[in-house]
Design a protein around this ligand. Sequence first.
Ligand code: PMP
Length: 442
Amino acid sequence: HRPMARLNLNLSKKYLDRCIKYYPGGSHFNFATPQRPLNIPFKRGEGARVWDLDNNEHIDFFNKFGALFLGHNHPQYLEAMIGGLKKATAVDMCDMEVEVAEALLARYPSADQVRFCLSGTEAVQNAIRLARGYTGKQRFVRFSGHYHGNADNIIGGYPGDTDFPTPKMKSNDVLNTKGRADGVLEAQSFLLQWNDAAVLQSTLEKYSGEIAAVIMEPFLVNGGGIAPAPGYLEQVRALCTKHNVLLIFDEVITGFRAGIGGAQGLYGIKPDITILGKALGGGSMPVSAVLSTKEIMSLYADGKVIFGGTFNGYTMGLVAVKACLTILQADTGCYERVEGHMKKIGELLVAAADDNDIPMFVQGLPNALTFHVDDVAPTSADTYSNKNKMLSNIIRETSKRFGIQFCPISRMYSNIMLNDSDVAFFGSRIGDAMQASKAEID
Ligand code: PMP
């Protein structure tokens, strides 16, 4: 086998230099630029592939931070969006409000009602406010390695509470930021180790009078692709009920990806509040949602808790949600099909690593896999080592030169248009990408 040459990315690099002039770091967010990587600008996408400015073809496992679950240019989605544009000047309610809510809530039986907004960050903040309004309590519990958006009171860090039941957790340091309002983390949250029911129990026993909510990713995608331990979600559910604390599932990633009914459908657990985002709008429209019971949502209806947002429930967003649900519902085999492809992708990746003496594990939801460059796969966000992350980053950056786009933090997001030929394409590139990665690592 003669290794393929690295892709010619001259036009992309030139364009990126121009981007850097106008965008800090050449990007719209920090997460893609921890080590000045090459962010390749793309001009076209189709299914699971994207094309760069130099006309190179790449397989896409980035999929817009996982939002693009339907794939690039899904024909039915595109058609629905074009149709939607004709309605998009509606200023308030449009004539599909009921259909969208019914289709969505049928898949999330933990909830009776929904409010739409635009980003996951916003939906999380609205959910926390709702939980505070409902319980009359102030603080919340969050978990190491879980990500809930870009707001001061929840991104990174760790509360410095001396009474705090668990010590400083390194895994969240990476998201620490200057400019945060003083003391908000300490004042508002307890940061605990996830998958540890005992620590939650002792915290709730001691502080439940202060705690409004427990918020978590029900399957830890952001912290290493870690599944809830058997029985853990049931224990959390029971503890929250016992202590009058609302359980919030942040299903911004797991909604639709873990199954059409999210991780709560997969595990059969009913949270009090559900947050959806990313894939909810098919990946091209910003739409997020807060879902809950009629009783809890009555605080909105009664005007006791405010939920503002000029573009909440905007027409194109609703069209996108409807299209997404319609497509996933009609394509009944899509989960089994894509999960089969992702299994092969994972196997090809590990085999290529093996051939190059790179230790590797792949774990996570089939549609949101994480690869770990380590001898053992992490079982918590705090055993997800910096070395592992750094080596994974090298593989991600190097693979771009061979037409493979991984997501930051060694993630592989699928989309439902992934097919056999994409798997073959990946198979034809990953060996060379891994060999080049090995040279970089050494
Ligand atoms: N929650 C989770 C679980 C997420 O993964 C993200 C985004 N990665 C968010 C919330 C924040 O969503 P957004 O970026 O749309 O604000």
